[in-house]
Design a binder for this molecule. Structure first.
Ligand code: CU
Length: 351
């Protein structure tokens, strides 16, 4: 029997209404990627018996309660969400601050869902890569070491000279395995940006894990807040250029299993980035509240007060709100398909 992928299921003419809804409803629980054709994909093992938890009666998760071994991965989405890497600084004679990081590309297998191994390409061993954070106007110096078996670069969004753009054929160009280079530019403009590899095939290099958040604070800062970073991404585990798993910060359902704790009435600021490949858009939806949205974080005036934003690949923004009510509030992609395949979580608002 030909394998039925979720793409074929959605694109293959299965009617979504009436009698067809029953077909879809019946088919979906048996066609989760971790038990269907994806199962045979190289590098996947130990995924037997996995089901999304909407079969389980509880909240969506993985049925038997197993969770990803974050310690073995070497990164934990609960730490990633509040982990801002300010690098190291020194002051030049002129008084200007130079901020420096070292980013090393490595090939390593990570567990993206319980029992599902993915041969990732990483910056500093994690997906997403470290959240690099600087202040507007500083001089930034990023040493890039390619410890991977494939050529890579780091392409930063923001304003910089052409030779620092991290694309093949310009400046240092493509960095071969064992090679290194230094990217140096001014921290401009203030906002939430991203960085990613820019070697072809581009979608694969980004989707394998070579992407991360890059935040530049305005010179006069922002209002004190509980700050979070959510990098929306996904994983194509069977190499069909469609994602089988979706998440914010790589591990699907991680914030369902363990909600992100925030305080009532405290300002919450989310740096939201869409690093998803193979799907044209992604989105963020907040329950029980609305947020101010600052596209790319480049203006201090919000463009909108809303509860849902849609982002194309590479789009990003800042979200700000306060929870007036305690309790558990969901956040998730408003494409239900993405939600069911991992991209959902809870905020736990303490009284
Ligand atoms: Cu690459």
């Amino acid at each position: 029997m030909a394998p039925l992928t979720r793409r074929k299921l959605l694109a293959g003419g299965v009617p979504l209404l009436g009698a067809g809804a029953a077909v879809l409803h019946g088919a979906v629980p048996h066609q989760h990627p971790w038990e269907g054709d994806a199962h045979a994909a190289e590098g996947m093992s130990g995924a037997d018996g996995m089901h999304a938890g909407h079969d389980s009666g509880g909240h969506a998760s993985f049925r038997d309660g197993r969770t990803v071994d974050h310690a073995a991965n070497g990164f934990d989405p609960h730490e990633v969400v509040r982990d801002f890497d300010w690098g190291t600084t020194r002051r030049m004679p002129s008084g200007r601050v130079v901020r420096e990081w070292e980013l090393v590309a490595t090939d390593r297998e990570i567990e993206i869902a319980p029992g599902v191994r993915f041969a990732a390409w990483t910056y500093n061993g994690r997906v997403p890569g470290p959240t690099l954070r600087a202040r507007e106007g500083e001089l930034l110096r990023i040493s890039f070491v390619n410890g991977s078996e494939h050529p890579h670069t780091i392409h930063f969004h923001g304003i910089h000279p052409a030779e620092m753009d991290g694309v093949p054929g310009v400046g240092a160009g493509q960095i071969e395995p064992g090679g290194r280079t230094v990217y140096e530019f001014d921290a401009l403009p203030a906002g939430v940006h991203l960085y990613h590899c820019h070697v072809r095939p581009l979608a694969e290099h980004i989707a394998k894990g070579l992407h991360g958040a890059f935040i530049i604070d305005p010179k006069d800062g922002r209002e004190e807040a509980d700050e979070l970073v959510l990098v929306m991404n996904g994983f194509d585990t069977n190499f069909d250029r469609a994602n089988e798993f979706y998440a914010a910060n790589t591990i699907g359902f991680a914030y369902m299993d363990r909600p992100i704790e925030v305080k009532r009435d405290e300002l919450v600021r989310v740096y939201l980035i869409n690093a998803l490949e193979f799907d044209l858009i992604n989105s963020f939806h907040l329950h029980g509240n609305l947020f101010h949205y600052f596209p790319t974080g480049t203006s201090k005036e919000p463009s909108e007060l809303t509860d849902t934003v849609m982002l194309c690949q590479g789009q990003r923004g800042i979200l700000e709100w306060r929870f007036p009510h305690p309790g558990r509030f969901m956040f998730h992609a408003h494409q239900s398909e993405f939600t069911e395949l991992g991209w959902q979580g809870f905020f736990e608002v303490g009284g």
